[in-house]
Design a protein around this ligand. Structure first.
Ligand code: FES
Length: 129
């Protein structure tokens, strides 16, 4: 990871594994691990950002809850495997990387996430476009 100081108090960091330039990390508690069942989706607003949190087995995924087409809430979409289908016009996205299956260069932003002591935290500053 490479730190790049910019104006004001902001710092960007470059992380190849996370897909490039990101803003400063800002970890925020989201939910208790036990509050979600396997296959469940939850719409959350964290730090003013609309997020859909998804549980698949022991894994959690966090994406923007606004579809990149016309901003419909993905939390109301159908989940099949790692694919979520938007409820409005059936666009399908991979929850692991946010990619639109029909044009992979189009992505729903995703959030870095970690589980610690049974609590799920999101890196709100690290939204990955
Ligand atoms: S708003 Fe999601 S597919 Fe149109």
């Amino acid at each position: 990871m490479i730190l790049l100081p910019i104006a004001d108090d902001k710092i960007l960091f470059y992380s190849k594994s996370m897909g490039g330039l990101m803003s400063k990390e800002k970890w925020i508690y989201a939910i208790k691990e036990t509050e979600m069942k396997d296959g469940e989706k939850k719409a959350l607003i964290i730090d003013g950002q609309k997020i859909v949190l998804i549980r698949k087995g022991r894994e959690f995924f966090a994406l923007s809850n606004k579809c990149v087409h016309m901003e419909c809430p993905l939390s109301k979409g159908e989940l099949e495997g790692y694919i979520i289908k938007c409820p409005c016009h059936d666009w399908r996205f991979d929850i692991r990387n946010g990619e639109f299956l029909d044009a992979r260069e189009l992505k729903v932003p995703i959030y870095e996430l970690k589980v610690s002591d049974g609590n799920v935290y999101l890196n709100i500053g690290g939204r990955i476009p």
